[in-house]
Write a protein that binds this ligand. Structure first.
Ligand code: NAD
Ligand code: IPM
Ligand code: MN
Length: 358
């Protein structure tokens, strides 16, 4: 298979973890006889520094000309006081919107060895396995008007959704639930927000088209509590953009670290983008201590969702699991009697296990 992949390393730990994903990808290409053609592009702070914009037009074009996009992370203190249109995060929102990446899939599945790495009780988290389906191109993130500060005294952020934007993500979530345990939890704030009322109506209406899926509605505040008190009660969760952002970082606690959570951002048709759920972690950047697993598992998601390479994706996932079960862990994870390794050493071990599992 011949595939073109756009590599957007971004900022902070982005380049470090992306280098690990590329090592894994090269290994998979060699082993399974695929040619992955990698092209580098600019986004975020790196793009601001080089091209004075967080999302150069060339990057969007390169993305559209590729079969998939891999992204590290963007942002950092260097750009935190920039005007809004010159913030790294704008680049990320911009590429999501340009490629119409409305569906963000964030699987949350803990590894047995890491049960004690979580501050939650083992009996609560053991066996938890859920998928957050987060709407990614609407809501508060893309509020209008874009001028949101009036006379410096009044600020406005609008939560805007069209019915069709809601329908497509809700359908995607039902389809995702059908491939899993067929339970869908729709998360909203229908006791307060008009957008949530419409959201709930659509979920109810669509549920008739998916009779095999059991549906429940949970308010977002209660969901935040239930995620860490009874995570096993969830299978597939669907929610709007900002609720999904917050709940997914919270859910990462089930796995032991935010550094474990991959994601896929998909369009109705066209190129998909794959990135960890975490950010650029400026506090640990440049030290070769970041956890590369979220990035590596995002790469596996790319192979599966964009290229249909299920065997190759499963090989990566199995090698990661073996490595974690062997006790190797980066600094963000606390594993009793485990072996603390660096970012690149973690990848060395995953590569070794890829070879052994062949
Ligand atoms: P963050 O996710 O970068 O970090 C939160 C905490 O988790 C930090 O202590 C960090 O060290 C740790 N962490 C995150 N990923 C890790 C990994 N792979 N290995 C080990 N530890 C890891 O969130 P933040 O600190 O709130 O934000 C930092 C910057 O990242 C901000 O500029 C923010 O806007 C940006 N951000 C970008 C993305 C993205 O590019 N998709 C996502 C979230 C945040
Ligand atoms: C994420 C990040 C982004 C988001 C930021 C950096 C814009 O937190 O991908 O989860 O909120 O979507
Ligand atoms: Mn986030």
């Amino acid at each position: 298979m011949d595939k073109k992949i756009l590599i957007l390393k971004g900022d902070g730990i982005g380049p470090e973890i992306m280098d690990q994903a590329i090592r894994i990808l090269k290994n998979i290409g060699d082993t399974f006889g695929h040619s992955f053609h990698l092209t580098d592009g600019l986004i975020g702070g790196a793009a601001i520094d080089n091209a004075n914009t967080p999302l150069p037009e060339a990057t969007i074009q390169l993305a559209k000309d590729s079969d998939a996009v891999l992204l590290g992370a963007v942002g950092g203190p260097k750009w935190d006081h920039n005007p809004s249109d010159l913030r790294p995060e704008r680049g990320l929102l911009g590429i999501r919107k340009s490629l119409d990446l409305y569906a963000n899939l964030r699987p949350v599945k803990g590894f047995k060895t890491l049960t004690n790495a979580s501050p939650l009780k083992p009996e609560i988290i053991e066996g938890s396995d859920l998928l957050i389906v987060r709407e990614l191109t609407g809501g508060l993130y893309f509020g209008r008007p874009s001028e949101r500060r009036e006379n410096g005294e009044v600020v406005v952020d609008t939560l805007h959704y069209t019915k069709s934007e809601m329908i497509r993500i809700i359908k995607k979530a039902f389809e995702s639930a059908q491939l899993r345990k067929k339970k869908l939890t729709s998360v909203d704030k229908a006791n307060v927000l008009e957008s949530s009322k419409l959201w709930r109506e659509i979920v109810e209406a669509e549920s008739k088209n998916y009779p095999d899926v059991t549906v429940e509605h949970v308010l977002v505040d209660a969901c935040a509590m239930k995620l860490i008190t009874s995570p096993k009660s969830f299978d597939t969760i669907v929610t709007e953009n900002m609720f999904g952002d917050i709940l997914s970082d919270e859910a990462s606690v089930l796995t032991g670290s935010l550094g474990m959570l991959p994601s896929a951002s998909l369009a109705e048709s066209g190129v998909g983008l794959y990135e960890p759920a975490h950010g650029s972690a400026p506090d640990i950047a440049g030290q070769n201590i970041a956890n590369p697993i979220a990035m590596i598992l995002s790469t596996a998601m790319m192979l599966r969702h964009s290229f249909g390479l299920d065997t190759e994706a499963a090989a990566i996932e199995a090698a990661v699991e073996t490595t974690v079960n062997q006790g190797f862990h980066t600094k963000d994870l606390h594993v009793e009697n485990g072996t603390l390794v660096s970012t690149s050493e973690m990848t060395d071990h995953i590569l070794k296990n890829l070879q052994t599992n062949e």
